[in-house]
Design a protein around this ligand. Structure first.
Ligand code: C2O
Ligand code: CU
Length: 620
């Protein structure tokens, strides 16, 4: 072998494919970077071009020098990437702030790292001038299969990034004039009830939790109908947060949705919520920033609005059903076996709230099936709204999806205790029994019952029919079908994932429902998935109209979350009487984050807030 042949190499197809894959991902990511930060955009275009040039040179003019240059250059690119993800870069939209790793940049780096290995091997070994066909195919095949696959994922992810700044209802000159921040409670001299909720990291039962005022659930807020409620949220968490008042029709600015009605409150910051508690009932509050993670960590509590002019029930208890932070266990008000005081003859009201279950993946999805053993009871209210002439039930299981509430009222028997059972967590293993929780009211024995054989409460024929403006409406101004589906594979937020969808679309790109003040709106919700979805509306109350095409026959039912089982369809109506930009989403938090989330936009209203990487607002 002489001097001149030493520097001549056979074409390096594997390295070429790997480098082209990385180039494709860089080109795909360039437009997003160009709009976000010009210098990054230019860098990505130049880098992609350099990698294409390298790929061509590796085929047409391979040499030892080229391999050496390719190795050094590619290592430098990997080095810059590592730096941007760890210490941050000096030249960046925010200098020296590390960026998050997403699939596309991971994919490009993986391709580059493997290309570097190929370069090294080539530099190390004596270069054969010619290689047999079989050898070429065998050494190229792995890269030929692997590089396009990874590049496909990387390019798809890069073309559908987590939006930098997504606005659900942007300002449009001549069309929108009222900002959500101007939609506040009117002045007045209502009795003022003031609370402070400090969100901070704490320990609950030996496990780390995020909590309001140090407890999970957070403190119960009890007010009277007509009160002006003022809550100061102080954020001592390591992350931004917010509070949403679930089920209460607050003015839009007070709705607590990060990226739509406010910016999430930064660590060290505070926010003052103020609204008038017009409707009595059982409600709750929870974080609406990064909801999927913050609520399970413990950021939730109950809110009760007592009716004006009524004599209080002898025993009025709020029971929050929830997963214990960082565990499979289920609890009621933080305990697996709560005991409540009551004497024979007492009237007892149990306000059940299904706040957050850990059982996201079970066959019944997220539905709790609480049942009261030991006394007949009425379902006095659902989602805080009274039912007309509720009749006593024998034991019947009450389906409660996440976010839903049921008020059970009964009289304590002359002897023995009453027990609430049927509350389940998840089984740690397929063969083990799921964790359970119960609540015992009063003292003494409780009759035995085979819970799983008990009938299920049916809200479509309970109580007595009564006039209802939506049930009786003959025409609606806006009608919209929402088809629920799960598991559709799509590129979303920079990844390839199995999204949960409304009408085949995933948030934030679902077409909003546009309404005008005063519109009667009808939603036809169809579930084509195998899970049960509690579909929750902000700022409004649904009237339940039909289930599977049949009109309900019992009491009018008013809900803020409708539980839609697999294969079922429900029609609900509401009056558009609360201007703003309002969320409509599945309350299974992983489904909402997985795509089942949209907005109802009032004519003429815009939001100055955006969700996405620029603001850090993640409503779900
Ligand atoms: Cu309880 Cu948008 O949620
Ligand atoms: Cu769902």
């Amino acid at each position: 072998m002489n001097q001149s042949s030493e520097s001549r190499y056979a074409p390096g197809y594997a390295a070429t494919l790997l480098t082209l894959g990385a180039a494709a991902i860089h080109f795909a990511a360039a437009p997003e970077h160009l709009s976000e930060y010009l210098l990054y955009g230019i860098f990505f275009v130049l880098l992609g071009a350099a990698q294409v040039a390298l790929a061509v040179a590796l085929v047409v003019a391979p040499s030892r020098r080229l391999y050496r240059g390719a190795l050094i250059g590619t290592l430098a690119v990997i080095g810059i990437w590592l730096m941007s993800r760890t210490t941050g870069l000096p030249i960046a939209p925010i200098p020296w702030r590390p960026e998050a790793i997403a699939f596309p940049d991971f994919a490009a780096t993986l391709l580059e790292a493997i290309a570097c290995l190929v370069f090294l091997v080539r530099l190390w070994r004596r270069p054969p001038r010619r290689r047999g066909r079989v050898r070429v195919v065998l050494t190229t095949l792995p890269a030929a299969l692997f590089a396009p696959l990874i590049a496909f994922g990387g390019v798809g992810g890069a073309l559908s990034p987590m939006p930098a700044a997504y606005n659900t209802a942007p300002f449009v000159a001549g069309q929108t004039s009222t900002s959500v921040v101007d939609l506040v409670a009117p002045d007045g001299n209502q009795p003022l009830k003031e609370f402070t909720l400090t969100a901070a990291t704490t320990t609950v039962g030996g496990r780390t939790a995020w909590a309001y005022n140090g407890t999970v659930p957070g403190p119960e807020l009890r007010v009277r109908q007509g009160d002006r409620v003022k809550v100061i949220l102080i954020n001592h968490l390591p992350a931004a947060t917010s509070i949403h008042w679930h089920g209460i029709n607050v003015p839009n600015e007070m709705d607590g949705v990060a990226g739509i009605t406010q910016d999430a409150v930064a660590p060290g910051g505070f926010f003052v919520y103020e609204f008038i508690a017009n409707e009595p009932g059982t409600y709750w509050y929870h974080s609406h920033q990064d909801t999927m993670n913050q609520v399970p960590r413990g950021l939730f509590g109950s809110l009760v609005v007592e009716p004006n002019g009524s004599t209080p029930t002898a025993r009025d208890y709020t029971l929050m059903i929830h997963a214990l932070p960082n565990s499979d266990a289920v609890a009621v008000n933080g305990s697996g076996n709560l005991h409540l005081e009551a004497n024979p003859g007492d009237t007892v009201r149990l306000r059940l709230i299904d706040a957050i279950s850990a059982m996201d993946f079970g066959p019944t999805g997220t539905v709790q099936m609480p049942v009261l053993i030991g006394a007949p009871y009425t379902v006095a209210a659902l989602d805080g709204h009274d039912l007309n002439q509720a009749q006593p039930l024998g034991p019947a299981r009450i389906p409660l999806g996440m976010g839903q509430r049921a008020d059970l009222v009964f009289t304590m028997p002359s002897a023995g205790a009453v027990r609430l059972v049927g509350i389940r967590g998840i089984a740690p293993f397929p063969w083990s029994r799921p964790a359970a929780a119960s609540v015992t009211i009063g003292d003494g024995p409780v009759p035995a019952a085979n819970v799983s054989s008990l009938p299920t409460f049916d809200l479509t024929r309970y109580g007595v029919a009564a006039p209802d403006p939506l049930l009786d409406a003959t025409r609606f101004d806006v009608t919209r079908q929402i088809v629920l589906a799960g598991g559709g594979a799509m590129f979303r937020n920079g990844n390839f994932e199995f999204a949960d969808t409304f009408n085949g679309q995933a948030s934030p790109l679902i077409q909003p429902i546009n309404v005008r003040l005063g519109d009667l709106v009808r939603l036809h919700i169809v579930n084509r998935s195998r899970a049960t979805h509690p579909i929750h509306i902000h700022g409004h109350i649904f009237s339940v109209l039909t289930k599977n095409g049949r009109k309900i026959t019992g009491s009018p039912v008013h809900l803020d979350a409708i539980l839609v089982g697999p294969g079922d369809s429900w029609d609900v109506g509401f009056v558009a009487d609360n201007p703003g930009i309002w969320m409509l989403h599945c309350h299974v938090l992983v489904h909402a984050a997985g795509g089942m989330s949209m907005t109802i936009n009032y004519d003429g209203i815009y939001t100055p807030f955006t969700m996405g990487t620029a603001s850090g607002n993640i409503p779900e």
